[in-house]
Structures are given as structure tokens and as C-alpha cells.
Design a binder for this molecule. Sequence first.
Ligand SMILES: NC(=O)CC[C@H](N)C(=O)O
Length: 310
Amino acid sequence: MKDKITKDTLESWLDNVRPYAHDGKVADYIPALSQQNPDDLSAAIYYLDDDCIHAGEVETCFTLQSISKVIALALALMDNGEEYVFNRVGMEPTGDPFHSIYRLEQYRPSKPLNPMINAGALAVSNMIHGDNPAEKVGRLLSFIHEMTDDHSIGVNEEVAASEFQSAYLNRSLLYYLKQHDVINGSVEETLDVYTKQCSIDVNVKQLSRIGALFANEGRDIKSGRRIISKHFARICKTFMVTCGMYDASGAFAIKIGVPAKSGVSGGVMASLNGFGGIAVYGPALDEKGNSVVGTKLLEILSNRYDLSIF
Ligand SMILES: NC(=O)CC[C@H](N)C(=O)O
């Protein structure tokens, strides 16, 4: 195991990266996200021995947004099996922005290229078992409660409603997927599940524990109980490497080399076998939609502690 990072060190690195927030911009295409404070900053490292080091405003909650795509994928794989899921969603990176629509038309039969872009993630949300949206979201929340051992985690209804009302592009993707039989049932209900899934509220401590569970090959950090199979945890981490940072995934792999998933709320979750989980929150985003300070902090951590998996 690599040396542990101390709380003092983490705090001083947060101070170092804090000014970079000014190079980014808080997402505003989901109106409720524009209320986030661009200067908020927190980070947590969850080691596999159940030790969590954290710094900054660690109690501040933020919504998972695209980070939820990794968790929803794990649940959809457990619900349906690998064959079913990957018959409907591909495994290839796109190099396109996360909400891009145009590649959907390039393949016949239509198939979103991967579960980390919105088209693929919407299809994955549609696959989560449950008789209605509330049951599906409830199952996803229970899964997250299990992963974090924290039953207080819930949906930020204000953010969910704000996205639901303004999600014209995601609706378009869903109608396209519906036309081509990639999804079952109702477009509006699937969008309801997806927007609530994206609006699950966490803090960095909770998120770093989810990252640690993936790093721990799907086993609970405290009890060692298996929550996700090793194989499915590996699939999720591989997608984090190839597509987790949207169309910046290639540069991120070269510079930082850690499986990671970001969301437009400014959260980033990283997961490193043999090390643990890392979560950073800083809502100012670069032009690709990744947290500026989150990326910077992970770069420092990776360089100083030689964390790259490559
Ligand atoms: N990149 C993201 O975090 C996108 C998630 C967001 N809910 C959306 O679909 O637009």
C-alpha cells in the first residue's frame, strides 16, 4: 500500500488549487445548478482500511449528476446481466461531448456507444428493475445506502425538478432511443428516473466511500461483504478510464491515470485498486464539463503519490 496522505497535506493542497476555480464556470443549463457557489471546495480520501481523510467544506452536499452513471450501470448489470445491457449499449468511447446526439444515427441497429454519455446512461436507467419510477429510484437509493452505509442519502428534489423541466436534449435522446427500441416503456418516466438519479445528494466523504468500494473490487469497506461482483466493479472502473471524464478522458488518462468519473455539479469520484476512493467537489467547470479544481487536485495527488495505473 502507498503512503497515506495526511489531513494537513490534503488541506494545503486544497489551498493550492483553490484559485483555479476562477478559470471555470458553474453549470447553468440546469437552472438549479447555477445556484452553486463556485468557491466551494472539499475533498476526501477513503482508504481500504476504513480510514477517511478529508478537508474543506466536507459537509456540503452536491448532486451526483453523471457520477451516478457508474452506480446505475452497476445496478443495471446486476439486474439484467452483462449480455442484456451490452446488447443495448456499447463499450466504446466517443470523444464527443456527453450530451451529443449525432452518433446515434451512425450505427444500425441504433445503439448508444457507451453508458457514460447521456444516451447510454438514459438507456441504462431504463433497464433498472422496478414497476414504476419511484420503485426504480428507491432501489438505486437503497443500493447507494448499502454502498455508503448511510441511509440519510436522498434525492435533491429541487435539482431534479429543475432538470426535468429543462431537459429538452435528454428528452430528444430518449425519443430517439424509443423509436429504435433501445428503451422500453415511457420516455417521461425514464427521464424522471434519470433526473432523480442525477440529483442524488452526497458529500465528499460519502462519495469517496463509493469510490473505495469499487476499488475494493465491489466489497464493503467495513464488513468485507460483497455488494457488487468483482467483474462488474471492474467493468465500471474500465468505463471510468475510457469515458469517465467525457471527451477529456484521453488527456486525463495520460496526465493523471486514475479511473475517475465527473459530474456537472463539480463532483469527481476516483477509484484506485489497492489504494481506495477519492472524491473532490468544486463546482467551477472547464469547457468539457469537468471540475477545474477537482482535476487539478487529482493531478497533484497522482503525481506526488505516483497513483497512475499505467
Ligand atoms: N455530465 C453530466 O453530469 C450530465 C448530467 C446531467 N444530469 C445531464 O444529463 O445533463
